[in-house]
Design a protein around this ligand. Sequence first.
Ligand code: 8DG
Length: 129
Amino acid sequence: MVIVGAAIVRNGQLLAQQRAWPADHAGQWELPGGRVEDGESDEAALARECLEELDVAVTVAGRVGEDVPLPKGKVLRIYAASLVSAGEEPRAVEHEDVRWISAQELDDLDWLPADRVLLPALHTLLASP
Ligand SMILES: Nc1nc2c([nH]c(=O)n2[C@H]2C[C@H](O)[C@@H](COP(=O)(O)OP(=O)(O)OP(=O)(O)O)O2)c(=O)[nH]1
């Protein structure tokens, strides 16, 4: 099963969201996203999840890093993305918090373990023009 995540970048900053649940992951940070449903493309799943979780429309671009294995045979797959309307402010619909993160702050966040594996690729993404 594929879990897709969106690396949404605006003005050199990455959008991260803080989990409100389950208890053992509450407070930890992740990228917006979720499970790809049957018959759904990765891109469509990302667009749907960003609308549900952040109430924003996104444009999905290329892959970021490699698939990261998750427990129970799942994989985490990240795509670069951008807001359709750059001025629109994402809001935490079902999360504790949502925040724009600079490259300097990236390593200091308490990321979910799989996301930590992707930090080098996320640094590369933020460094690219
Ligand atoms: N969305 C997201 N999930 C992540 C990331 N890193 C990571 O390990 N995960 C894990 C946490 C969860 O076990 C799983 C995604 O679950 P989810 O609860 O966000 O997805 P979902 O809404 O589609 O799941 P569900 O309610 O259908 O069970 O992937 C990440 O960066 N973003």
